[in-house]
Each structure stands twice: as structure tokens, then as C-alpha cells.
Design a protein around this ligand. Structure first.
Ligand SMILES: [Zn+2]
Length: 832
């Protein structure tokens, strides 16, 4: 009786509340599609709807962007489900085995998560978010109300508000009284860096697993609390393309189950039905593959969900209206209609197939816990530098991966694959090593992120082909086909720094230490680094060790406190004489200088690459950096600059004789250039001292005379023999050069181009690639022969200055952790 009364009461409330609920058109005062809605108005509409639909909807602010804009999640369902929403959420985590406790399956609603506008200049989808919200909270819409009885819909109206507003504000400032459909009109041509990325020019749809950006970090925390059964990621593509929805293209990662493939098709067929009825074109099974783990479709797939990508035509150059190649006009209204249709059609499928979705979701995680998805049973990652190890552990935690720490040393624990040598070896467990079992709820993620090699069933993919975390973090690891159980309790000894009467030493080996040294330099402390290794007491100190020696400028107490606050281990020094190596008064210990660092940005520069460096300095190294547009470099007084960083890009001034001469004069006077990726290739065309290595000529007798006879149908597939979408190469390091300090003999680089340089005769070949040094990932057959016997990390001394060449991006997408210290070395240690 009580229940009946409550239901009637809720019904009355709902009718009263919804009697006045305004549609987006009514609320905004214009029809959706007539103009762009700035982010704050989208937030206003979500707030408005939340306060007028208290029984159907909950609105959460889950964070803020770099520019201070709100990140929102709307949770929408029937009043009955909303009244027990926390119970449903917890039950869902229990279904996955992430939380413990009894589960219910029969009345467990399906959870659908709709992510809009991850790419800021793919702008139609946040407009759609408002329309979807309205139709879900509008009680007069009987279809949606019925579906919400067994579904929970989570809407993130805009994953990238900074990028969206960058586009919208720019567009509004360019458009005339009437939008111009001529694609040549300026409103269809976005300026650098474009609205696709976030504040730091990061592509948030490459960041799911790595979570380097604040938007992703805050969102994934929420995602892990919900673990939806379906996730949809709304995008836009070029204006001339038809709509794309899953089923996806090959390659599929082998961990994706037949059920996940099938249900993508089930949803896709439902979309096709609506698109056919309207005469709208679409394609499936092409271009958008399911491999790289940091996308809005693959990441949910590897977390037990059905991940869907939707691509509407119109990104960036679409404006409000545009004439396409076929003469037809594409309007924002069309774009909204298409994305709205796939949104609603997905919710419909989630409702129709609720029982099956819940059962399959539970089954997916049951296999994960009881059998495991990897061919390996256990992964052992050796403890390394403390900061490096901690950042690896944080990557596991961000992805909900369980691990143990070894408490007792053990020899010959098992045989396993050694990531460093590529051979089967006997594994020794040392206290503090990390043990990760395949059998656990996140087993698919364990397989995807930790296996040394990823099976690539088809070589034409959209992205890099390898990302195995031990290489990414530069830690030794072993993959083992038998289960290893770690024993003993690992006790993490807290860091204690002691007072000193003389000075301190700090071991070099992580970005954390580089950041700390940067702080000391900014405080005008006197800091040196040791060129050679030394022994003091019983402690061995490798090359690059930082020395804080007695000086009026070094307040040792303050330094000790700063180190403890930053979790930096200090070693107390008692005097200037060492047991082995050079004493502290020796010239082999070099003074570090405060560096004024400039990063070139702007037109011609790869915005992502520039963003990585910007983010690295501001958010990780916490060291000041000045951004200057490359076009304006000739107007800048170079004397005020110590380090000039050229990220991947095309630089006009490098082909200009006068500008190059000025730059060389500045280098000879002590300046330092750090050139990365294509900037190096461009300098190799000039007379900077570095030369691109040409591929060996194919031997005549080996040449297959029919090699050029190709089948027309295979043209896409033949093209991949000249591709290197991203593979790991072992680089052999000259570990006596400051650029290599903090690294061992080897560094694993992510190679995304085929550029290898000739050995320098009057420079330092700090990192070289030999034959057979490819470790993992796909490299096209034509390129395999080229990437060998050359230099990829080099330093060219020039007068009092130097040029540092990185053939590959050492901090790609900011997830390639192990390369970050190279940049720290380049800025602080090289040339001192
Ligand atoms: Zn996109």
C-alpha cells in the first residue's frame, strides 16, 4: 500500500514538474542548428533540466578543465530506478567483480554512456546532447520513458569544453550576417591550433588509457565507478563523408569477444534501419578499427562494454552550412538529426537487449577473474627508480588493475620472457617488485597493456601498434606462462631525509628529480652534476648524480624540506673526498645553469607535438617555458634565450639563409637547439651537420622483376609496406654522454618515422639503432631494411653551444614516460 501511494505521489510530482519543461529551442530562444551554443549555455540548459526533473535526473559536476569550465555528467532513468540509483551502480560493479557482495541480474538496468564532443571542433554533438536530454526527461515521450524503465543513460554533454569554445568563439567572430556555404570562405578554415584538442593541444581521444590530461583523469574516475555496458563516442569527420557507425573495421584486438563484435552489429543494424528510412548515407566496417587502447571505443571494449564510434560529416570546415563536393549542402541541422538518431537508436537497443547485455557483461568479467584473457599467467615488473616505479603503479591504478608487491626475495621463481633481451630466462623476485596476475576483473586491460607484443591480425591500422607498459616506463619485466604467487608483505619504507653539515647528493633518473633540480635553479641555488660515477661510504652513485655542495646560496635546511615535500631522496655528504671517482672539487663536476627555455609554436608546427612539450614543462617538470610563434622568431632577441625547442613541424626559417645564419651565430655563442622528429629531417637538408641516411640499394640479383606488378584491388594493402605506424626499437646508448644520464645501456624508442641519420663524425652519436633492433610493433617490409646502422639521438657541438637531435618524439602523447628524462637531460645537462 505504502509503495502504491509512493508511486502515485511520484507520478503527480513528475506531471507537475514536467508540465513546464522547456525544450532546448524554447530555453535557448533559437532553434538548435541555427547557431552554435557556447558551452556555458549548454551547462545552463543541463542545470535547468536537472532542477525541473528531480525524479528523472541527477546532474553531477565531475571536474573542471584547464581553463576552468565545468565538466558535467547527467544520469537519467525512470523515477523508480533513480530512487535506487546508488544500489544499481554498486550492483553493476559487483557484476564485474570489482566490488564484493550479492548481485541481482533480473532487474539490473543496462547502463549506456553517451560521450559528446571529445574533439572540440566536431561541434554538432554537444547540441545533440541537449536534444537527447530533453527527449529523455520529457515524460510525454512514451518511447524514451519505456526504455528508461530498464536503462540508465549517462550523458557527458561535452568532454572538451575548452576546445569546443575555442572553435565556437572563433567561428562566431568570422561569420557574416548570413553563414556562407562556400567552402573557400574564411569561416571554413580554422586557424592554428584548431579546436580539436584541449588547452594543451592534446587529443583527448588518444588519452583514455594513459590519462595524462585533467579532463580524462577526472572522467575516467567516474567511468570506473559506473562501468557501463555500452559507450558511444560522438565524432565528426570530413564534410564529404557519409555517416559512419560500428561495426568497426579490422584490425580488432584479439581480446575483443565474439559477443562484443556481434552486438556492435546489432546496434549498427538498428541505426541502418532509421538511416534507410530517411535516405541518409552511411558506411560501416571501414577505416575505424579497434586496436589502439586509448580511444572512446576500444577502451570501453577492453573494459567489458560495447564501444561505439559515431562519425558525422562536418568537422572543423563544416561551419553552419557548407556546399560539399557533390554540390549538395550540409547544414548543422542535418548533422544534429543524424547524431540524434544514433543516440536514440542505441538507447533503444540497450533497452530491448537488457537481459542479454547484463548476462554477457557478467560473463565477460567471470572469464576475466576465473580464466584470464592473457596467454601469460603472471607479469613481473622489476622495481626501478622510486619515482619511475610509482608512476608505473599509478598507471595500473588509473586503470583499476590489481597488483601485489613482492615481500620476500626468491631466486628461480619461474621461467619467463625477458622484455629486455627477448629471451626465456629464470626470474628472480626481489623485494618491492610488482606482480600482476592475469586472473582479475581487469584481465583484458592487463593483456592489452602489459603483454610484450600485441598480435596484429591486419597491418593497416589507424594508429600505433604497440604500447607495452614496461617499455613505456623503462622498467625491466618478465611475462610468465605459469602463475607466480608473491610471498611476504611488502613494507614501503617512508622517505626520511637527514640534516647535513656539508651537502647532499641526489641520484639522477626521473622527471621528479629533474623537476626538483629545476626548482633549485629557480631559487638560485648552486647545483652541480657529476660526469663520472663515484662511491661514497657504501653507496654507489651513477653518472649524472646531482651535487648540492656548500655555498652561501645553498640553505641546506630549506633544500632538505623542499626535497621531502617533493618525495626526493637526499644522500648526506660529509666532505669533498670520495672513496672512488672524482672528488667534489674536480672539474668533472659541472655547474648547472638556470635555462630560459623557448618553445616554438604556431602555423607549421605540429600542434600536438608542441602541446606535449608545453604540458611537460608546465605540468610535469614545473619549469617555466616561453611560447613563441615560429613565424616571429626573426623578431625575437635570441640573446635572451638559452634553449630553443623545435617540436615536430615545418619551419620556414630553416630554409631561409639569413635566419639560419643568425641562429647558428647564436648557437656558437652558447645557445642550444633541441630539434625533434621532422625538425631534424629538415635540418638534415641544410648544413647543420646532420645527414639523413639513405636506404641501401637493393642488390640487383635479389630484385624480383615482377615486384612492380600489382593488383589494383590490393592498392590499400600494398601501401602498408611503406608504413611504420609506431613500433618499438631498442636504442643502444652511449651512457657516458650527459644526454644518456639516468638511462642504462638501452633505451626503447617509439619509432613512427623511418628517419635514421648517418653517424656523426664531429658530433656525439648518443643513441644508435643496429640491425635487428626492432622489439615489437608493425614496420612495413620496405622500411625494415632502412631502420638500422644509424643514429637517432645525437648531439652536435657548435662553438660554445650545441644542437640536440631527437629523430623520434621522446614524449609522444605524454604517455611515453621513459623518454621524458631525455628532454630533461637535453635542457639541464647537455652542454654544461
Ligand atoms: Zn573526432
Amino acid at each position: 500500500m505504502k509503495k502504491l501511494f509512493l508511486a502515485a505521489f511520484l507520478q503527480t510530482c513528475i506531471i507537475l514538474c514536467f508540465a513546464q519543461l522547456k525544450s532546448p529551442d524554447e530555453f535557448l530562444g533559437y532553434q538548435l542548428g541555427i547557431k552554435w551554443t557556447p558551452h556555458f549555455k549548454i551547462v545552463n540548459y543541463f542545470n535547468y533540466t536537472a532542477s525541473n526533473s528531480p525524479f528523472n535526473m541527477k546532474l553531477e559536476k565531475y571536474g573542471e578543465t584547464n581553463e576552468g569550465k565545468d565538466l558535467l555528467l547527467a544520469i537519467i532513468s525512470s523515477p523508480q530506478n533513480m530512487s535506487r540509483i546508488e544500489e544499481i551502480r554498486k550492483n553493476n560493479l559487483r557484476l564485474a567483480g570489482i566490488e564484493k557482495g550479492n548481485v541481482f541480474t533480473t532487474n539490473a538496468p543496462t547502463i549506456i554512456w553517451l560521450s559528446y564532443n571529445v574533439h572540440g571542433n566536431e561541434t554538432s554533438s554537444s547540441e545533440v546532447a541537449m536534444k537527447v536530454l530533453y527527449e529523455l526527461t520529457n515524460t510525454k515521450n512514451l518511447a524514451t520513458q519505456k526504455w528508461l524503465e530498464n536503462t540508465i543513460v549517462i550523458i557527458d554533454p561535452c568532454l572538451n569544453p575548452d576546445g569546443r569554445d575555442r572553435y565556437v568563439n572563433w567561428y562566431n567572430s568570422q561569420v557574416g550576417k548570413t553563414p556562407n556555404a562556400n567552402v573557400d570562405s574564411r569561416e571554413h578554415s580554422e586557424p592554428w591550433p584548431g579546436g580539436r584538442t584541449n588547452h594543451y593541444n592534446f587529443d583527448l581521444n588518444r588519452d583514455w588509457a594513459w590519462q595524462t590530461q585533467v579532463e580524462t583523469q577526472q572522467r575516467l574516475k567516474k567511468y570506473n565507478e559506473w562501468m557501463p555496458q555500452i559507450h558511444c563516442d560522438f565524432h565528426e569527420q570530413g564534410i564529404n563523408n557519409p555517416y559512419y557507425f560500428a561495426p568497426a573495421a579490422e584490425p580488432f584486438h584479439e581480446v575483443i569477444t565474439p559477443w562484443q563484435r556481434d552486438f556492435q552489429t546489432t546496434i549498427g543494424k538498428n541505426h541502418a534501419k532509421y538511416f534507410d528510412a530517411n535516405g541518409w548515407f552511411y558506411f560501416t566496417k571501414e577505416i575505424f578499427d579497434l586496436f589502439y587502447p586509448s580511444y572512446g571505443d576500444t577502451y570501453p571494449m577492453y573494459n567489458g562494454a560495447i564501444g561505439m564510434t559515431y562519425e558525422q560529416a562536418g568537422h572543423s570546415s563544416g561551419g553552419l552550412t557548407v556546399i560539399k563536393n557533390d554540390g549538395d549542402t550540409l547544414t548543422l541541422k542535418d548533422r544534429i538529426a543524424h547524431h540524434f538518431t544514433t543516440s536514440i537508436s542505441t538507447i533503444e537497443m540497450a533497452s530491448v537487449h537488457q537481459t542479454k547485455l547484463i548476462n554477457e557483461f557478467q560473463n565477460y568479467f567471470s572469464i576475466a577473474k576465473n580464466i584470464g584473457y592473457s596467454n601469460y599467467k603472471t607479469f613481473v615488473v622489476s622495481k626501478g627508480d622510486v619515482a619511475k616505479t610509482n608512476s608505473f603503479l599509478s598507471a595500473l591504478e588509473k586503470n583499476n588493475i590489481n597488483y601485489e608487491r613482492v615481500g620476500v626475495d626468491r631466486n628461480n621463481a619461474a621461467m619467463g620472457y625477458d622484455y629486455n633481451s627477448g629471451k626465456e630466462v629464470s626470474i628472480t623476485l626481489n623485494v618491492g617488485d610488482i606482480v600482476i596476475q592475469s586472473k582479475q576483473p581487469q584481465s583484458a586491460m592487463v593483456k592489452v597493456l602489459l603483454e610484450p607484443k600485441t598480435k596484429l591480425p591486419d597491418s593497416a591500422t589507424y594508429d600505433i601498434t604497440v604500447w607495452s607498459l614496461p617499455y613505456v616506463y623503462g622498467l625491466n619485466a618478465y611475462a610468465c606462462k605459469t602463475e607466480i604467487i608473491s610471498t611476504g608483505n611488502f613494507i614501503n619504507t617512508p622517505l626520511v631525509n637527514l640534516k647535513t653539515n656539508y651537502g647532499y647528493a641526489i641520484k639522477w633518473g626521473s622527471v621528479a628529480v629533474a623537476s626538483f633540480v629545476g626548482k633549485l635553479l629557480q631559487k638560485n641555488c648552486i647545483v652541480k652534476f657529476a660526469e663520472q660515477s663515484f662511491v661514497m661510504g657504501n653507496e654507489n652513485f651513477e653518472r649524472g648524480t646531482i651535487l648540492v655542495l656548500p655555498s652561501a646560496k645553498n640553505n641546506m635546511n630549506d633544500i632538505m624540506q623542499l626535497a621531502s615535500a617533493n618525495s626526493i631522496q637526499l644522500y648526506t655528504l660529509n666532505g669533498g673526498m670520495v672513496n672512488k671517482g672524482f672528488d667534489f672539487g674536480s672539474e668533472k663536476n659541472h655547474l648547472l645553469k638556470k635555462q630560459n627555455v623557448v618553445l616554438l609554436t604556431g602555423k607549421g608546427v605540429d600542434a600536438n607535438a608542441a602541446g606535449e612539450v608545453w604540458h611537460f614543462f608546465e605540468q610535469q617538470l614545473n619549469y617555466p617555458i616561453t611560447l613563441i610563434n615560429a613565424d616571429e622568431i626573426s623578431d625575437v632577441n635570441l640573446k635572451n634565450i638559452d634553449v630553443l625547442i623545435l617540436p615536430n613541424g615545418r619551419y620556414k626559417f630553416l630554409s631561409d639563409k639569413d635566419a639560419s645564419a643568425d641562429l647558428k651565430t647564436w648557437v656558437r655563442q652558447g645557445g642550444k637547439i633541441v630539434a625533434i622528429d621532422n625538425a631534424v629531417a629538415q635540418m638534415a637538408n641544410g648544413d647543420w651537420g646532420i645527414k639523413l641516411k639513405k636506404a641501401d640499394e637493393e642488390k640487383k640479383e635479389d630484385k624480383n622483376v615482377y615486384a612492380d606488378v600489382k593488383k589494383y584491388e590490393n592498392r590499400d594493402r600494398d601501401g602498408v609496406s611503406g608504413n611504420i605506424p609506431g613500433a618499438i626499437y631498442k636504442i643502444e646508448m652511449d651512457d657516458t654522454h650527459p644526454l644518456a644520464f639516468g638511462y642504462n645501456k638501452n633505451y626503447f624508442t617509439l619509432k613512427q618515422n623511418d628517419n635514421v641519420y648517418e653517424f656523426m663524425k664531429d658530433g656525439w652519436n648518443v643513441g644508435i639503432v643496429k640491425k635487428e633492433n626492432q622489439v615489437a610493433g608493425f614496420v612495413g617490409s620496405k622500411l625494415k631494411e632502412k631502420i638500422k646502422d644509424g643514429t637517432v639521438l645525437a648531439v652536435q657541438p657548435m662553438g660554445n653551444g650545441s644542437i640536440i637531435y631527437f629523430a623520434d618524439d621522446p614524449i609522444f602523447r605524454s604517455f611515453w614516460e621513459n623518454g621524458k628524462l631525455l628532454l630533461g637531460n637535453a635542457v639541464f645537462l647537455v652542454g654544461q
